[in-house]
Design a protein around this ligand. Structure first.
Ligand code: PLP
Length: 443
């Protein structure tokens, strides 16, 4: 990704400069501090903002230079005419103080060198894919993907001559070898490369897990790891319950709209990973825009202070709710990571996951009519798409989020008419159980 065939916009060679606040304290007596501690102050120096304990919201489109020579020096740094790069902020399409602090803090959670924030999860995914690919290239991706991601690969990237090969989430090393060989042959035929392996794990909405370690082994065996990063959408379990960079992924993608934002009141996204990958994506974001706005970035800073607390509570609540749903006579089954029935999926879970999350599928006995009666009877949980908020949400993917997915593909992915997706929030667990109990009575 770093050495694109051509760079007509000069985007790759002009990364956004970063201004650093005072040296950070990240350990005490040799003991590294945990992310939950660092979320309160990391990356923000009150002395740069009139002593304000919390970062103000910086609503500005541009940043003043101290003098003309400083302006010249800045651009010499950006353009590489002076070694050492550029410091300070220059223009808000590239970056701003709130977004820089947010990016520093997001990187901490994933154990990443760098991070970028975007105006939505889909913007993050789109810019990542556009930055990675040239005409003729082939994207290898796991399935299922969030419907818009799948559509972006199949319909939008296709317009630019990029094709794809998809593999089922649980694919083994042997199956992955076959996928990689086919992708290589397809790319050679098209005069391109395989510049990106894109995963989503767990997949939306089935919770199917991808073996990231097996994907990395297969990637290393078939492609040059320096030219073919593995990116993974970690929205369902991150940042608490899965750390993909520890298992061989190179880039982690989020819809921050979900658990990280966590209050169903904003839309944003991010990408994190090693600087060499992140810089190429940043360069395209600099050119196109798509960075999160300062107000949203500020809201996310506030959200990050409680993300661990919220996710822990939601995870505990989901375990209790699923324990109740598991044996209910009107429930056919659950797609909950705390109750996996498939040996291969359990093995991946044991190696990759630190918690079962709070978003799962419940298969109600019957079909669409029974699911609709259940959804319409809910009193505490709200009937809405999205997930990862403080409040519990329920939706019917086959007729809502995944309606655009072809019927055959829906069946292949087990997105059946009797599947209700539930995202558990931080309410009282007994109230939630009482709500699901009375809604099941209405089925
Ligand atoms: C797994 C996953 N990835 C990406 C997205 C897209 O994120 P956004 O809605 O923030 O653009 C979603 C949204 O539902 C999602 O569930």
């Amino acid at each position: 990704m770093a050495d694109k065939k051509d760079d007509p916009l000069g985007a790759v060679t002009t990364p956004t400069p970063r201004r650093k606040p005072k040296p950070e304290i990240t350990e005490i007596a040799g003991r590294p501090m945990k992310p939950s501690t660092l979320m309160m102050g990391h990356g923000f120096d009150p002395a740069l903002s009139e002593g304000s304990l919390k970062a103000p919201i910086f609503l500005t489109s541009t940043f003043a230079f101290e003098n003309a020579a400083a302006g010249k020096r800045h651009f010499e740094g950006i353009t590489g005419k002076r070694p050492g790069g550029a410091e300070g902020l220059v223009y808000s399409r590239f970056n701003g103080p709130n977004q820089e602090i947010l990016e520093d803090r997001l990187a901490i959670w994933d154990g990443a060198e760098d991070a970028l924030c975007f105006s939505s999860g889909m913007t993050a995914i789109a810019v990542l894919m556009l930055a990675a690919c040239n005409a003729g290239d082939v994207i290898v991706h796991s399935g299922p993907l969030y419907a818009a991601s799948e559509g972006f690969v199949a319909k939008v990237m296709a317009k630019y001559g990029v094709t794809y090969i998809a593999f089922p989430a649980g694919a083994t090393r042997e199956e992955l070898d076959d996928v990689m060989s086919r992708a290589k042959a397809q790319a050679e035929k098209q005069g391109g490369e395989v510049p990106l392996i894109y995963l989503e794990s767990p997949g939306n909405p089935t919770n199917a897990l991808v073996d990231i370690e097996a994907v990395k082994e297969a990637r290393d065996a078939h492609f040059d790891p320096d030219r073919c990063p593995i990116a993974i959408d970690n929205t369902f379990l991150g940042p608490l319950w899965q750390r993909p960079l520890d298992h061989g992924a190179d880039l982690v993608v989020y819809s921050l709209t979900k658990y990280v934002g966590g209050h169903s009141d904003l839309v944003a996204g991010s990408v994190s990973g090693a600087k060499k990958w992140v810089d190429a994506i940043r360069a395209l974001r600099n050119t196109m825009g798509g960075i999160a706005d300062p107000h949203t970035a500020w809201m996310l800073l506030r959200s990050l202070e409680t993300v661990e607390l919220r996710m822990q509570r939601a995870g505990e609540n989901a375990a209790k709710v699923c324990e109740f749903l598991k044996n209910h006579p009107k429930v056919e089954g659950l797609g909950y990571l705390g109750m996996i029935e498939d040996e291969r999926q359990q093995d991946i879970y044991d190696r990759h996951c630190l918690g079962a999350g709070s978003t799962f599928s419940v298969f109600i006995k019957g079909g669409e009519a029974e699911c609709f009666r259940f959804l319409d009877a809910l009193k505490v949980a709200k009937l809405a798409v999205s997930l990862g908020g403080t409040e519990s949400l329920a939706s019917h993917p086959a007729s809502m989020t995944h309606l655009s997915v072809a019927e055959g593909r829906r069946a292949e992915l087990r997105i059946t008419d009797n599947l209700v997706r539930i995202s558990i929030g931080i309410e009282d667990p007994d109230d939630l159980i009482a709500d699901f109990e009375q809604a099941l009575e209405a089925v």
